[in-house]
Write a protein that binds this ligand. Sequence first.
Ligand SMILES: *Cc1c(COP(=O)(O)O)cnc(C)c1O
Length: 601
Amino acid sequence: MWNPAINDATVAYFSMEIGLKSDLPTYSGGLGALAGDTISAAADLGVPMTAVTLLYRKGYFSQRLDEHGQQQVDDVVWNPADLLVELPARCDVKVAGRQVVLRAWQLNINGASGHVVPVYFLDADLPENDESDRALTDRLYGGDDRYRLSQELLLGVGGVRMLQALGYDNLTRYHMNEGHAALLTLQLLRDEANKHGRKTIIQADFEAVHDRCVFTTHTPVPAGHDQFPIELVDEIIGTDGEFHVDFRDTYAVDMVERIFQADAGMAERMRDLVKPGICLNMTYLALNLSRYVNGVAKKHGEVSRAMFSGYEIDAITNGVHVKSWASDYMHELFDRFIPDWRKDSFSLRSALSIPISALRAAHRKAKLDLMGIVKDRSGVVMDPDLLTIGFARRAATYKRADLLFHDLERLKEIARSRGGLQIIYAGKAHPKDQPGQAMIRHIVELGKQLEGHIAVVYLENYNLDLAKRMTSGVDIWLNTPMPPNEASGTSGMKAALNATPNLSVLDGWWIEGCIEGVTGWAIGRLDEDLSRVQDPSVHAESLYHKLGEVIMPLFYDDPINFAHVMRNSIALNGAFFNTHRMVHQYVVNAYFSRGNHNGKH
Ligand SMILES: *Cc1c(COP(=O)(O)O)cnc(C)c1O
C-alpha cells in the first residue's frame, strides 16, 4: 500500500541537528544549518532522500545577556504539534538495558520543482517509557556523556529502525552528517547478519555495510570528535547476546580493533586529548564503515587526511541554500534579473547583469531593516550611512571574536579618521563553555569602552532568522578564526549571496572564495607560519590595515567600486558556494559513484 508519509528515497541522511526554521529549535549552529540547507537543496534537485534527527522538546537553549554580557540560558518552549505532523509509527531501542519506545514527527520539505524530502524527528517522550528515558530527547548537546551516548544510540539505531517501521525498503545509502550518527552502522550490521540467518557478524557484513555508508566529518577541533569509554559503551549499548562478532573471522576482529583502538593512530595534536583506556570513537567507527568520507572544504580535507592517516578522505566544500538565505529584497532583485534562480543556484553568475544602483538599493533596504532590529532590541540607533561590520558565530575561543578589539586606540583612530564604523555582534556559547561565555562578556565590556567612538551592539539569541538579517544587512562580514580550526564556515556564504563582501582570515571556505579586492579581502596570508599567528597581533595588524587603508577608503570615497565587490560576491561566490552545487557533488562523488573508495591501506 502506498504510504503518504514516505517517499521513494534511496538516501537516508542522519544528523544530530537539523535547522530548517528559526522556531523549530532542533539545531544549535552551523552543522544544523548545513543539514537543513542540504535537505532543501535535495528537495529542489529531486534527490531521492529522506532525513532523520531527534526532536529536542527543550531545544538547544534560548539566550539572554545581562548588562555585563553574562549569558543566561532558558529552555525553549514550543509545541511540536504546531510545526510537525505526528505519525503512528513506533520503534524501540534498548538503552542501558531498558526498552525505549520512539515516535516520529514529520516535516515535509518541498523543493522548487515539487519534489518532497520528508524529515523525521524522533521523540522518546511517551508515557510507556521510564521517566528518565522520556527526557532523552529533551536537549540538544545537553547532559553528560551518558546522556549523549544514549541520544546517539537513539539517533543511529533508532533512526534505522524507524525508517524500517515507516516502510522504507529501498535505502541504499546512509549519510552520517558528523560522527554522532555512526551507531547506525551497528543496526545495519545486525540486519545484514539477520538477513543471512546469522547472529554473528562476519567480513561479508562489514563489506556490505561499508558499501552503503557515507561519512562527512566537520571539524578539526578534537572536542568535536565524540568518544566514549568502553565501560560506558558496555552499559548503554551492551551486548544483548543476540548479536556479536565472529572472533574466528580475522577481518572482523581486525575491524573491531580498528574501531575501538584507533585512537593510537591519531595525529599528535589529538593524542594528548584522547581519554585514557579504550574508547569507542565515533569518528573511527564512521571512517571504518564508510565507502566515501569527506571534509567540508578543500583545506579541511587536507587537515582531516593528516589527522586520520590511512583513510581516503575527499573534500566537498559546503554551501548554503540560496532561496532560504537571500533577503526578501534579494529575492525581488533575482526575480527581476536572474530567471530560474530558484531552481538553479548556478545562475547567480548572471548577477553581473544586475545594475549597480538596483543592487545598492536592495542592500540598503536590508541594512535599514537590520538597524530597525538593532534599535528595537538594544535601543541603539545606528547610522545607515556608516560602514557596518557584522560578526556572528558560536562564541568559541578559537573564533577570536575579540581580535577586532585587539588595540582599541588604533581602532578608534581608524574609525575617526576614515569616516566612521559600527559593529554588530551575536552568537551563543555552549552552557558548559566557560571561556566562550567569558568571550561574550569581554566583547560587551570592550564595546562599552568604545562608546562615543564606535557603536557596538551584541544581539541576543542568534538563530537562523537573525543570521539572515545580519548577513544581508551589514556591509562587511568579518571572520577571524585561528587557522586551521575553521573547517568551512557558512555564514560568509550567506553574506556573499546577499551582496555583503567578506573580510576574513584565510581558513575554511574563504581560501577558495577569496579573490583579493574582487570578492572581498583576506586577513593575513595563506603561507603564514601557524606558530607566528598564535600571536593575535599578527592578524590584528592585517585586519586594521585592510579596514583602514583598503576597505573604508573604497566604501566612503569610491562607493561604486565597493558595489562591484558586492556584486562579484554574488556572481562568483553565491553562484558556487551553495547547496545546489554541493548536493550535485554528493550525488556524483558519494551517493551514486561505483567505486568503493575508502579503505584503510
Ligand atoms: C549559518 C549559521 C551558523 C554557521 O556560521 P559559521 O560561519 O559556520 O560560524 C551558525 N549559527 C547560525 C544560527 C547560522 O545560521
